[in-house]
Design a protein. Structure first.
Length: 318
C-alpha cells in the first residue's frame, strides 16, 4: 500500500502496523482512511503531504469535538468505534516513541458496538450452497469449467469445514495442507497460528481440485505456492473474485443474495455449539483472542434450542 504522507511520524506508524503488529492489508487500509479523514478535517487536504503535522495541537477538547462531529454525521456505531480506535492507536504509538506526552483520544467513550446476531445457514442450505459450483459451471461454455467448479467448491468446503475467514482460506499455501492428518495450518489475524480440520467432504473437494490442477498442467512447484489461483494470471485468487462467483451460485440455487463467505464461518460455529461443542473449543477453532467474541454464537444456539422446544414440547403449544 503506497502512502502519500511525508510526515515521518505517520510513516513510522504505518510501518509499525505492518511489521510489528502484523495487521492485515484490510486493517491497514481502514486505519489509513480513518487517519486521512482526521487529517483533512483538522488541517485541510494540503496537510496530507506536509513534511510534518502539528500533532501536539490536538488536545482532549479537540479530540472530543472531532468525535462529536463523527457522531453527528450519522455513521454506524461500529464505524465510529473503529475510527476512535484508529486515532487512539496512532497517539499510543506517538507516546511510545516519545513524540507525544498524552493521548487526547484515550478516555473518550464512543457508543457501544452493535452486537447484531449473525445470519446462520441451515444444514440443508449449506449442503445446497457447497454443491452449487458444479451444476453452475456445467451450464457454461468453456474449457476450464471443471477447474473453476472444483476450485470454488474446495474453497467453500474448507471455509465451512474449518471455520475459516475468506482471506485465511485464500492465503493457504501448499505447505499448510496435511491431507494425511486432514488438517490445515492457518495464520489468522496478527499472524497467529492455529490448526483447522478437514471433514471428508472438504478433503475430497481439495483432492478433486488438485486433480483438476494436474489435468490443466498447473502443478505447484514450491511449497510456498498459493493453493487457490486465478486462471488468468496464475496468481493467488482474490477475495473479490470468490465473492463475485458466490453471488452467481446463490442466484443459481435460489438462496438469499446477502449470504457471504463469512456466513459459512458463522454457521460453522453455531452448528458446532448446536451439536454440543464447548465454547472454549469453538473459540480456539475460530481463532478468537477473547471468549466474549465467541459468546455471541451461544445466543444464536440458545434461540435455536428454544425454537426446537416450542415446536416439539407438548406443553409449549398454546
Amino acid at each position: 500500500m503506497d502512502l502519500p504522507f511525508k510526515d515521518n511520524a505517520l510513516l513510522a506508524f504505518f510501518k509499525y502496523l505492518k511489521t510489528e503488529k502484523n495487521f492485515s492489508l484490510h486493517t491497514q487500509k481502514a486505519y489509513f482512511f480513518d487517519i486521512v479523514e482526521f487529517i483533512t478535517q483538522t488541517w485541510g487536504d494540503e496537510a496530507i503531504e506536509a513534511q510534518s503535522l502539528a500533532w501536539k495541537q490536538i488536545d482532549k477538547n479537540a479530540a472530543k469535538g472531532y468525535i462529536f462531529s463523527l457522531q453527528e454525521s450519522k455513521i454506524s456505531k461500529n464505524t465510529l468505534l473503529r475510527k476512535c480506535s484508529s486515532l487512539r492507536s496512532l497517539y499510543n504509538f506517538f507516546q511510545r516513541e516519545e513524540l507525544q506526552s498524552t493521548n487526547p483520544f484515550q478516555d473518550i467513550k464512543a457508543a457501544k458496538k452493535d452486537k447484531s446476531l449473525p445470519l446462520i445457514l441451515s444444514r440443508e442450505d449449506i449442503s445446497t450452497l457447497l454443491s452449487s459450483p458444479a451444476p453452475y459451471w456445467a451450464q457454461k461454455k468453456g474449457k476450464n469449467n471443471d477447474f473453476m467448479a472444483s476450485r470454488d467448491a474446495a474453497i467453500l468446503e474448507i471455509i465451512y469445514s474449518g471455520g475459516l475467514r475468506i482471506q485465511e482460506a485464500l492465503d493457504i499455501n501448499f505447505d499448510q495442507i496435511n491431507l494425511e492428518e486432514s488438517t490445515l495450518k492457518i495464520f489468522g489475524k496478527g499472524k497467529k497460528q492455529r490448526t483447522a480440520y478437514l471433514g471428508n467432504p472438504a478433503k475430497q473437494a481439495l483432492e478433486q481440485y488438485f486433480a483438476c490442477r494436474k489435468n490443466a498442467e498447473l502443478n505447484w512447484t514450491s511449497a510456498n505456492d498459493p493453493v487457490f489461483i486465478n486462471l488468468k494470471d496464475l496468481k493467488r485468487l482474490s477475495a473479490r473474485s470468490i465473492q463475485r462467483n458466490l453471488k452467481a451460485y446463490l442466484q443459481s440455487c435460489q438462496l438469499p443474495p446477502d449470504i457471504t463467505p463469512h456466513k459459512l464461518r458463522h454457521s460453522f460455529a453455531t452448528h458446532l455449539l448446536d451439536a454440543g461443542a464447548d465454547l472454549r473449543s469453538v473459540q480456539e477453532l475460530l481463532g478468537h483472542e477473547n471468549l466474549s467474541t465467541t459468546q455471541i454464537y451461544t445466543h444464536i444456539s440458545t434461540d435455536r434450542l428454544l425454537q426446537a422446544y416450542d415446536q416439539a414440547h407438548p406443553h409449549a403449544q398454546s
